[in-house]
Design a protein. Structure first.
Length: 290
């Protein structure tokens, strides 16, 4: 049996859909349920976590619940710490108690962005509080759980009934003929959530252990990514205006300039391979047309 936290989110919902082919899945949510059988679970409450684990006795677990709003984490530090650090610790503790394997979803933002194309041996050095809490979450998992795999990812995108991500935001804005400013000096390895869901599920089946970078395979700037989104969905690329990170006044938290991830390690382990931008966006378009 597989328990999934954050099952209402973009990644969590894709993991539920993907894993149901091979496992009995129990989805859990914090606020809004997406699946009818989803169970409410506050990961910050250890007693609640232990009760759910005792009831269902999962032998596998994907912890996808997280506060991922980078600016909110910078402003509401106590909330970010509770959800991302204490929540991860509670889940790790509960997994260890009943001998369940844990997949913990982490982020490229554990790095400072000075180098780019980071591999698993590179030393993390987060420059914002979101990155700090996710790195601390990793440490809690390693400290409290014997059987774990940490998957770091980057810029998740895909279709979701109500949650917006960078790709759906670009599509929505351009469809309304709105001009958008997108940074051209900010680099990541964007990840189709469906692709990461497949990698996460296979990581459980292959019984991987340790830290892996599980993102898309292509390093790209946000501006070039936006242009490719527009081209894929036949939208007007001239509405996309390039700007520098230094010009963005709306960001509260610092962002690493180049937090792209090297996925060579996980490629050697899994049949599911990280997708490039063209492949990921093509799958999204096909899903929209189906």
């Amino acid at each position: 049996m597989l328990l999934v936290t954050g099952a209402s989110g973009l990644l969590g919902s894709k993991i539920v859909n993907c894993a149901e082919r091979n496992f009995t899945v129990v989805p859990t949510h914090g606020t809004n349920p997406l699946q009818s059988k989803s169970i409410k679970l506050n990961v910050v409450n250890l007693e609640e976590v232990l009760t759910i684990f005792q009831k269902f006795k999962p032998n596998m677990m994907v912890h996808a619940a997280s506060e991922t709003n980078v600016d909110k984490c910078e402003i509401e530090k106590e909330h970010a710490w509770k959800v991302n650090v204490e929540g991860a610790m509670n889940i790790a503790f509960a997994c260890n108690k009943i001998g369940a394997k844990l997949v913990y979803i982490s982020t490229d933002y554990v790095f400072d962005g000075l180098k780019g194309y980071y591999n698993e041996e590179d030393k993390p050095n987060p420059i914002n509080y979101y990155g700090v809490t996710k790195l601390e979450g990793e440490k809690k998992v390693i400290q409290h759980c014997q059987d774990y795999v940490i998957l770091r990812t980057s810029v998740l995108y895909g279709w979701h009934p109500w949650k917006q991500n960078f790709v759906t935001w670009v599509i929505n804005q351009l469809k309304q003929n709105k001009e958008i400013a997108v940074v051209q000096d900010h680099f990541n390895t964007p990840t189709l959530a469906d692709n990461l869901a497949e990698m996460s599920t296979e990581a459980l089946q292959k019984d991987l252990h340790g830290v892996y970078h599980a993102s898309g395979s292509e390093r790209i700037s946000r501006y070039d990514f936006a242009v490719q989104i527009a081209k894929t969905f036949n939208l007007d690329t001239s509405l996309i205006k390039p700007i520098e990170m230094s010009q963005l006044t709306s960001w509260v938290a610092k962002r690493p300039k180049d937090s792209s991830l090297n996925t060579n390690k996980i490629r050697k382990q899994l049949k599911t391979q990280p997708l490039n931008i063209t492949q990921g966006l093509k799958l999204m378009r096909e899903e929209a047309e189906a």
